[in-house]
Ligand binder design. Structure first.
Ligand code: BCO
Length: 565
């Protein structure tokens, strides 16, 4: 019999490797976390073994297409050997060592998955970023993180080159492209000659594995750091009960590689269940290509932002015969019940909404087997204890609105982010009494279902993106037409909410054509910071509402936009 507690792990007793049951038991708090854990070694390499013994269906682990006829299919065995080669590229020619931070700005190409796994194998800290990042965004990320290496595609390379001299810690630029470029190491070339021999680093369960930049109300994005176990084990129950994944499933999770949703849905909860991750690298998102993909490929499980479903239900979905689709997930922003009803009426499929954050992953979800209450985010997912609390940190009863919070004391959930790197005061500011506060307001009903109400702060959630108003205001103020601005959310039928900028103009621009100036300011923001943040609405005003101490009252403008008193 296994002794109790932490001694069950193979590292201590040399028993059989951790199983899916063990991972689920850890999430149910029935087992303690092992001292060491590495997703590549403890999960992916095991699926590779199961492929050899026929315990897993012969479907790929990664299936990538680009709509131009190119296709990549890797089994878990291939993923293991190819990621070992990639690991050798990172440690040998790139000279990186365990604990070094690596910024990875790649579109949805297979190398993103290879490098992600290679970082796990070598104990490097993976820091993904969307390809929409501008030179200024990249500079901030490289300097704040002191990253030793940046991995980028050709489209991002010029922006990196323009700021690299200002990043004293940056040792290596690694280019993922068929062409070589001066000043960059070529991943493709190094990969060809790299050895497949590599032993996976025995990482500690709580050792840093990834850093995600996340926006808040004030200041620049914070670095939310996750450990090997928080991402690698933390979504096991999500994969089973929210995503309903089996090793025979094929999941298409739409999220861009820069967001934690890509990690959760296109790496961790899918691969821990042994499912196939499907990727379509579209030049640009469009609903026709999206629907054609579902009719062409045997995708069983879809995960997309509510904005995508809002766009899709505008189409005549009955015309499309999805090949194998049986389970649909959504998250990143609130889903309106009407969209859920329309999707169901047109496709016969339910929409399972989940709710989470970069810091904590998925914390609530409509889980398979539970009744779906349209408009609700479902129930809390273990190991989290989700509650609604008041301003003093006291739990509120069902039906009372307050802040959505997670219990941290006495036992801190292992899948919780470890900290905002180098910002202890911001990490501490998320704590209230025994709880972590999400910054979102909500209500729990008497059946334990959670209902989203809105943000408690000024952060804007548009199309599934979390956008800090300060970042947009900082971009606007760089333009000579802008004296000051206030950026708030504004309702939008497709994107849920969009960024709206109230702008006070400088004297020389007061008589400008407003339409032309709006386009100019929008274009300016798209060049200054990642374009998804640009203000889709702009209003020119004489002055901004302010408090007696001169602070801009964003809440007054937001209430006005939403028709609230
Ligand atoms: O809509 P516009 O055309 O006016 O503007 C778009 C782009 O055209 C533009 N743009 C992009 N690159 C550009 C550029 N403009 C100039 N130069 C460039 N290089 O910028 C705007 C970007 O907006 P978008 O990304 O919303 O584009 P789009 O095509 O409308 O995509 C729609 C969605 C729904 C596919 C997209 O918004 C999306 O993927 N949303 C989901 C985001 C997501 O995955 N969120 C999850 C975050 S993680 C999380 O929530 C934690 C949960 C545990």
């Amino acid at each position: 019999a296994k002794p109790p507690g932490r001694h069950f792990h193979k590292d201590y007793q040399h028993w059989a490797p951790l199983t899916l049951d063990d991972f689920e038991a850890i999430n149910r708090c029935e087992r303690t976390l092992p001292k060491n854990f590495n997703f590549a070694g403890d999960v992916l390499d095991q699926w590779s073994q199961k492929e050899k013994t026929g315990e897993r269906p012969a479907s790929p682990a990664l299936w990538w297409v680009n709509g131009k006829g190119d296709e990549v299919k890797w089994s878990f065995g291939e993923l293991s050997s190819l990621s070992r080669k990639a690991a050798n590229v990172l440690t040998k020619p790139c000279g990186l060592q365990r604990g070094d931070r690596v910024a990875v700005i790649l579109p949805r190409i297979p190398e993103w998955w290879l490098l992600n796994v290679a970082c796990m194998r070598t104990g490097l800290v993976f820091m993904p970023g969307t390809t929409q990042l501008t030179a200024k965004d990249i500079l901030y990320r490289l300097r704040a993180s002191k990253a030793k290496c940046i991995v980028a595609s050709e489209e991002v390379a010029p922006a990196v080159e323009s700021i690299a001299p200002d990043c004293p810690n940056l040792m290596t630029k690694l280019l993922v492209s068929l062409h070589s470029r001066k000043g960059w190491l070529s991943f493709q070339e190094l990969f060809q000659s790299a050895s497949e021999e590599h032993s996976c680093v025995k990482t500690g369960s709580q050792e840093p594995m990834a850093i995600y930049f996340t926006s808040g109300t004030t200041g620049s994005p914070k670095m939310a750091q996750h450990s090997h176990s928080s991402l690698g084990i933390g979504y096991t129950l999500c994969g089973r009960y929210w995503a309903d994944l089996k090793s025979s499933d094929i999941i298409w999770n739409m999220s861009d590689t820069g967001w934690i949703k890509a990690a959760i849905g296109s790496v961790f909860f899918s691969w821990i269940r042994g499912a196939c991750v499907f990727v379509h690298q579209m030049a640009q998102f469009d609903t026709d290509t999206f629907l054609d993909t579902l009719t062409t490929y045997p995708i069983t499980t879809l995960c997309s932002a509510p904005t995508v479903y809002r766009m899709l239900v505008q189409k005549d979905l009955k015309r499309y015969k999805f090949k194998k689709l049986r389970h649909c997930l959504t998250g990143g922003e609130p889903l309106n019940p009407e969209v859920l009803e329309q999707w169901k009426a047109q496709t016969g499929l339910e929409l399972y909404e989940g709710y989470g954050q970069t810091e904590v992953g998925i914390i609530c979800a409509n889980q398979k087997g539970q009744e779906i209450k349209p408009g609700s985010m479902g129930k809390g997912i273990l190991p989290y204890d989700v509650q609604i609390i008041d301003e003093n940190g006291s739990i509120l009863p069902p039906g009372k609105e307050g802040e959505i919070a997670l219990r941290l004391k006495s036992t801190r959930p292992f899948c919780f982010f470890s900290e905002y790197v180098d910002e202890p005061e911001k990490t501490a500011a998320t704590m209230r009494g025994n709880f972590y506060v999400t910054g979102d307001r909500g209500v729990m009903d008497s059946d334990g279902y959670f209902w989203f109400v809105g943000r408690a702060d000024d952060v804007i959630i548009s199309s599934g993106y979390r956008i800090g108003p300060f970042e947009v205001e900082s971009a606007l103020i760089e333009h000579p037409a802008v004296i000051e601005s206030a950026v708030v959310s504004s309702p939008d039928p497709t994107r849920g909410e969009v960024v709206k900028a109230f702008v006070v103009l400088s004297a020389p621009f007061k008589s400008s054509n407003p339409e032309k100036l709006t386009l100019e300011l929008q274009d300016h923001v798209k060049k200054s910071t990642a374009p998804y943040k640009y203000p889709r609405k702009v209003e020119f005003v004489q002055e901004l509402p302010k408090t007696i101490t001169g602070k801009i009252k964003r809440n007054a403008l937001r209430d006005q936009e939403w028709g609230r008193k």
